[in-house]
Design a protein around this ligand. Structure first.
Ligand code: ADP
Ligand code: MG
Length: 393
């Protein structure tokens, strides 16, 4: 799960990570009020969407940038009016962009240096790793590609935790002046603590700045949480903003379906995560692009299959559907009945290819044959993939 910057700021405050005072607003008037309450002429207003690259983004109404420095509350109000309700496109949003529903108004600082700091789980070592760079602020992906030597990795032993000597080493690598070393070390340690105690899968601060006044602060923070640990954090769960999520995934989660939306045009309904992955692979192997991952699991009910099928059919990018079931615990007749129910409710606007095998396969095939449903049957997984790719041509 992802959260907004203003929510991340609340977590940073809770863990004592220095950032910038400010508040969130949904209207230009609110934004102006917050700006006035900050009592400074150094202000910043930032569009709140679950995507980075806002500074270099552009709104569909032509307004430039999702991050503006301002001098007065009146200016903040004016910029807020240009951002709220508008769609911001950044290199992370895709061309559809994201609608801005809230803005963060905060104190701005004069920046001396912009650094990059992140904590995430390194899959190779199954342990936390700190990734940091002297080249913060702009796009870190570009730094990784062109000057990878400017990115440092520091592994943390999960049992020992982040050690003070590691904090000092990191400060040195980042060239932090002696005067700021102490506050930088405190900030690193507190960010690590935030990461562990909130069950994050990633904490990314970009930029982490040294101000002209000599402070060290986290100016922008992105958090990603391990969904499987969210039950331990009702306060973080409350940060969920379903407006920012893929509507297909929101619908699937209501029915407890393991569904991940993708960009292709071939919908897949499969039982078992392994078979679902193999199905996606073989679709790609035959030149197609899957529009989703969907594992209906072993114990899916007819109702769940119906709902799953409805999600596939409702997806405008879908040009063909592949049902690939190898019935073990899952029974083929349950799948067949689920599909028939769904088609009755929503019709079938695209070609359907079905490959059924395993438990109750004869009953399943009989149901489909007698339903009068227009579909193509396939004998095995390769045959199914070829037929569904051909159906989209
Ligand atoms: P994004 O990463 O989505 O572009 P950021 O919050 O990192 O958004 O903002 C982009 C840039 O705007 C930062 O690199 C920084 O230079 C500037 N900026 C952001 N917040 C502040 C602030 N509070 N004070 C001064 N400059 C800021
Ligand atoms: Mg940033």
């Amino acid at each position: 799960m992802n959260i907004h910057e203003y929510q991340a700021k609340e977590l940073l405050d809770k863990f004592g990570v220095a950032n910038s005072p400010g508040g969130v607003a949904s209207t230009p008037e609110e934004a102006e009020k917050i700006a006035a309450s900050l009592g400074t002429d150094q202000l910043v207003i930032k569009a709140q969407v679950h995507a980075g690259g806002r500074g270099k983004g552009t709104f569909k109404n032509g307004f430039k940038s999702g991050v503006h420095l301002c001098k007065t509350p009146a200016q903040i109000r004016e910029v807020a009016a240009n951002m709220l309700g508008q769609t911001l496109v950044t290199h992370q949003t895709g061309e559809d962009g994201r609608v801005v529903r809230k803005v963060l108004v905060a104190e701005s600082v004069e920046i001396e240096r912009e650094l990059y700091f992140a904590v995430l789980i390194d899959r190779a070592t199954s342990a936390p790793v700190i990734v940091a760079s002297t080249e913060g602020g702009v796009d870190i992906e570009g730094v990784a590609e062109h000057t990878p030597e400017k990115i440092f990795h520091l592994h943390v032993d999960p049992l020992l935790g982040f050690q003070p000597y590691q904090a000092r080493k990191l400060s040195k690598l980042l060239g932090i002046p002696t005067a700021q070393m102490k506050s930088a070390c405190v900030l690193f340690a507190n960010l690590y603590k935030t990461f562990i105690e909130s069950d994050c899968s990633m904490v990314e601060v970009n930029p982490l700045v040294i101000t002209k006044g000599g402070d060290v602060r986290a100016l922008d923070a992105k958090f990603n949480f391990d969904d499987n640990a969210l039950f331990r954090h009702p306060d973080i769960q409350a940060y969920r903003d379903i407006e920012e999520e893929d509507p297909r995934e929101v619908e699937a989660s209501k029915h407890n379906l393991s569904y991940i939306g993708l960009d292709g045009n071939i919908a897949c309904l499969v039982n078992g995560a392994g078979l679902a992955m193999a199905t996606m692979d073989i679709i790609k192997h035959h030149g197609g692009e899957p529009s989703n991952f969907l594992d209906v699991g072993g114990g899916a009910t007819e109702q769940q299959v119906t709902e799953a099928f409805k999600i596939l059919v409702a997806d405008k990018r879908v040009k063909a559907i592949l049902v690939n079931i190898f019935g073990g615990i899952m029974k083929c007749d349950v799948i067949a009945q689920g599909i028939i129910n769904a088609v009755k409710a929503v019709n079938l606007p695209v070609p359907l290819v079905v490959r059924l095998e395993g438990t109750n396969v004869e009953a399943g095939r009989k149901l489909l044959a007698e339903s009068g449903l227009k579909l193509t049957t396939a004998t095995d997984i390769a045959d199914a993939a070829q037929k569904v790719v051909a159906a989209t041509a």
